[in-house]
Design a protein around this ligand. Structure first.
Ligand SMILES: [Zn+2]
Length: 130
């Protein structure tokens, strides 16, 4: 669990936003951020975001639900959300565990994802990029 990234303390309810500010999430991270990683699936290798996952109940869209666009592929289990205005990926329902949502660490308020060193790459399973 990461309680801090760079000089930024992770809040119990940490906000995250897209680039234009239309979409705002509140993510319940009482113990910090679990296992930041990248994923090597065909979608994530294009997206390039560092992600972490929380139970679905711990992530709430508090602003801009209408601005979100959903993208699906493959077996249509995962739901990838991005802002339809600025194009930034904010969060997604995971294919490996649909009861969890992954989120974009680069969207967390105040957090510079480049302060993370050596982010592991997770196996994208059947969607692994060739
Ligand atoms: Zn936006």
């Amino acid at each position: 669990m990461l309680k801090q990234i760079g000089n930024v303390q992770i809040q119990d309810q940490h906000r995250a936003s897209c680039h234009c500010g239309a979409v705002v999430l509140e993510i319940h991270l009482p113990n910090g951020i679990p296992c930041p990683h990248r994923c090597d699936c065909s979608f994530c290798k294009r997206k390039g975001a560092i992600v972490a996952a929380v139970p679905a109940a711990d992530i709430k869209v508090i602003q801009g639900e209408a601005a979100l666009v959903k993208y699906q592929f493959g077996q249509h289990v995962a739901e990838h959300f991005f802002c339809g205005n600025c194009g930034i990926y904010t969060h997604h329902r995971r294919s490996t565990n649909p009861n969890e949502f992954g989120f974009n660490i680069g969207c967390l308020e105040g957090v510079n994802p480049y302060d993370l060193n050596d982010v592991p790459v997770a196996d994208g399973g059947p969607w692994r990029s060739p």
